[in-house]
Design a binder for this molecule. Structure first.
Ligand SMILES: NC(=O)c1ccc[n+]([C@@H]2O[C@H](COP(=O)([O-])OP(=O)(O)OC[C@H]3O[C@@H](n4cnc5c(N)ncnc54)[C@H](O)[C@@H]3O)[C@@H](O)[C@H]2O)c1
Ligand SMILES: O=P(O)(O)OC[C@@H](O)[C@@H](O)[C@H](O)[C@H](O)CO
Length: 433
C-alpha cells in the first residue's frame, strides 16, 4: 500500500507561519500563487474554499501538501508544494474572521472566478460579503493595513475588487469606510498558467511520480507568469524570486493576456464543441478553428496597440501551449461562465471592428457557438436560467446579444451575421461528421 503524502513522509519542513490568506482554494491557486509563495520560507498560507468541503479535508489530512504535475511534451515532472500551512472550507467562518483580523496576516489573494466579484443586495455567504466581514473584523481588531490581491481573469481586477468592496460597504459606518480607503490596498494582477481541473487518473500518476498517495494533485503546464501593480503595506513574500514581476501599469499585459490567450480559449470553447472538439489541443488542430484562431489574433493585434514583434512571438508561444498534449484542457470547463468572460475577452475587439464598419468572423463565431452551447449543452453560468431560456426563444441571436450589451442587439447586421453563422457551424459539423 502506498504511504499517504504528509510532511513527515515527504521530508518537508513544518508549516510556515500564516502571513497570507487565500479565498477560492482550487486548482489555479495551487499551481500559481502557492508555488510563487513556496520560494519564501517565511510565508505560509491559510487557504479557504468557497463551498468545497472535500478538498480542504484531503489537504488537511496531507498537512496542506499536494503534488504539482508539470506536463510539457515529455514525461511529467512532479514537485511537492508546501506553501499551504492550513486549508479550510469556506464554512469555517470563525477561523476566517480570526485570520483576517490577525496583524500577522499581510495579504489576501483571491481566485473566486469572474462571477465572484458581483455584489448582491444580500451579501450573506458571497465572496464579497465574506471579504467585507473579514475587513470589518480587522478594522475592529486594531485596523492593521492589508493588501488584497485578486488573481482572476478580469481587466483591472484590483479596481474591480475595490469597487465591489466600496459598493458592498455603502451602508457601513463612515469610520470603517474611511479605513478601507486608507488602509486597504487593491493590487492589480495579470496571472497566467493553464491549469485544468485534475482527472481521476492524475491520482495514480501522482503516486507513480512521487511514491506517495496524494488525493488532491494538481496538473499544470511548464509556463507561468505573474505581473502585479500595487502596494503591500505590511510586506509580501519574495515572489520575484520565482519570476513574478512588479510593474507600474498593467494595461498592455492585460490586453495581451485577456484578448490573445483567454479570447482564443473562449473562441475555441464556444465554437469547438459545435464542431465535435472536446479539448483545446484537439480544437487548435481542427482546420476551421485553427483558421478562426489566427483570424481572431489578427484583429486583436490590430486593436491591441502592442509591438508587432512581441505579439508575433506571443502568438507563436500560445499556439505551442494550446497544442500541447500534456495538459488536456476541457472546452466545457472554459465555456463555464461565458456571460462573464465574453465581455472582457471578445467584446472590446468586436466593438472596435464594428465601429470601423467591419464584420469580424471570429467574434461572430464566438457568439454563434455560444448560442448553440446555451441551447444544446449543460450550461454552467451564473445567468444560466435566463440565458438558456433566451437562447431557446424566437429571435434568440438578438436577445442573447442584448443580454451581453443592448447596443450590440441594435446592430441588425451583427444579429443577422450571428444567425447565419449558427447555420454555418451546423452545416460544417454535418459535413465533417
Ligand atoms: N485554471 C486556470 O488555468 C486559471 C488561470 C488563470 C486564472 N484563473 C482564475 O482562477 C479562477 C479559478 O480557477 P481554478 O482553476 O482554481 O478553478 P477551480 O474550479 O479549481 O476553483 C474555483 C474556486 O473558485 C470558487 N468559486 C466558484 N464560484 C465562485 C463564486 N461565485 N464566488 C466565489 N468563489 C467561487 C470555487 O469554490 C473554488 O474555490 C478562474 O475562474 C480564473 O479567474 C484560472
Ligand atoms: O479560468 P477561467 O474560467 O477564467 O478561464 C478559462 C481559461 O481561459 C483560463 O483558465 C486560462 O487557462 C488561463 O487564464 C491561463 O492562464
Amino acid at each position: 500500500m502506498t504511504t499517504r503524502l504528509t510532511r513527515a513522509a515527504a521530508h518537508v519542513r513544518p508549516p510556515a507561519p500564516v502571513r497570507a490568506v487565500h479565498l477560492g482554494l482550487g486548482a489555479f491557486h495551487r499551481a500559481h500563487q502557492a508555488v510563487y509563495t513556496m520560494a519564501d520560507p517565511d510565508w505560509g498560507i491559510a487557504a479557504y474554499t468557497f463551498r468545497n468541503t472535500e478538498l480542504p479535508r484531503a489537504l488537511a489530512e496531507q498537512d496542506g501538501l499536494y503534488s504539482l504535475q508539470v506536463r510539457g511534451e515529455g514525461e511529467p515532472q512532479a514537485e511537492i508544494v508546501d506553501a499551504i500551512s492550513r486549508a479550510h472550507p469556506g464554512s469555517d467562518t470563525d477561523q476566517w474572521l480570526a485570520d483576517l483580523a490577525s496583524p500577522d496576516v499581510a495579504l489576501l489573494t483571491l481566485t473566486i472566478t469572474e462571477a465572484g466579484y458581483r455584489v448582491f443586495d444580500d451579501q450573506d455567504g458571497t465572496a464579497i460579503g465574506r471579504v467585507l466581514a473579514g475587513l470589518r473584523g480587522r478594522h475592529r481588531a486594531g485596523g492593521a493595513p492589508i493588501a488584497l490581491v485578486p488573481c482572476d481573469n478580469l481587466p483591472g481586477n484590483g479596481g474591480v475588487l475595490r469597487e465591489a468592496i466600496r459598493t458592498a460597504a455603502a451602508g457601513e459606518g463612515s469610520r470603517f469606510r474611511s479605513w478601507i480607503e486608507d488602509h486597504v490596498s487593491f493590487v492589480d494582477t495579470v496571472v497566467d498558467r493553464i491549469t485544468p481541473a485534475a482527472a481521476e487518473q492524475d491520482v495514480a500518476t501522482a503516486a507513480r511520480l512521487t511514491g506517495l498517495e496524494d488525493r488532491a494533485p494538481v496538473v499544470t503546464e511548464p509556463f507561468s507568469e505573474w505581473l502585479l501593480a500595487g502596494d503591500f503595506p505590511l510586506g509580501r513574500p519574495a515572489w520575484e524570486n520565482s519570476g513574478a514581476r512588479f510593474v507600474d501599469d498593467l494595461a498592455a499585459y492585460e490586453r495581451r493576456k485577456l484578448w490573445f490567450l483567454n479570447g482564443a480559449h473562449t473562441l475555441l470553447a464556444c465554437a469547438g464543441p459545435a464542431l465535435g472538439c472536446a479539448t483545446v489541443d484537439e480544437a487548435v488542430r481542427h482546420p476551421m478553428l485553427a483558421r478562426l484562431t489566427e483570424a481572431w489574433w489578427d484583429i486583436a493585434s490590430y486593436h491591441a496597440s502592442l509591438p508587432a514583434e512581441d505579439l508575433a512571438d506571443y502568438r507563436r508561444r500560445l499556439l505551442q501551449r494550446f497544442s500541447s498534449r500534456g495538459v488536456r484542457h476541457n472546452l466545457l470547463q472554459i465555456a463555464a461562465g461565458s456571460s462573464q468572460k465574453i465581455p472582457a475577452r471578445i467584446l472590446p475587439v468586436l466593438r472596435a471592428e464594428r465601429a470601423a464598419q467591419r464584420m469580424p468572423e471570429a467574434p461572430v463565431a464566438v457568439l454563434a457557438g455560444w448560442l448553440i452551447h446555451l441551447r444544446d449543452r449543460p450550461v454552467s453560468d451564473p445567468r444560466a436560467d435566463e440565458l438558456v431560456s433566451l437562447a431557446r426563444s424566437a429571435d434568440a441571436a438578438r436577445r442573447i446579444l442584448s443580454a451581453l450589451d443592448v447596443t450590440l442587439a441594435d446592430d441588425g447586421e451583427l444579429v443577422s451575421a450571428v444567425e447565419d453563422y449558427v447555420e454555418h457551424l451546423r452545416l460544417t459539423a454535418d459535413r465533417t461528421a
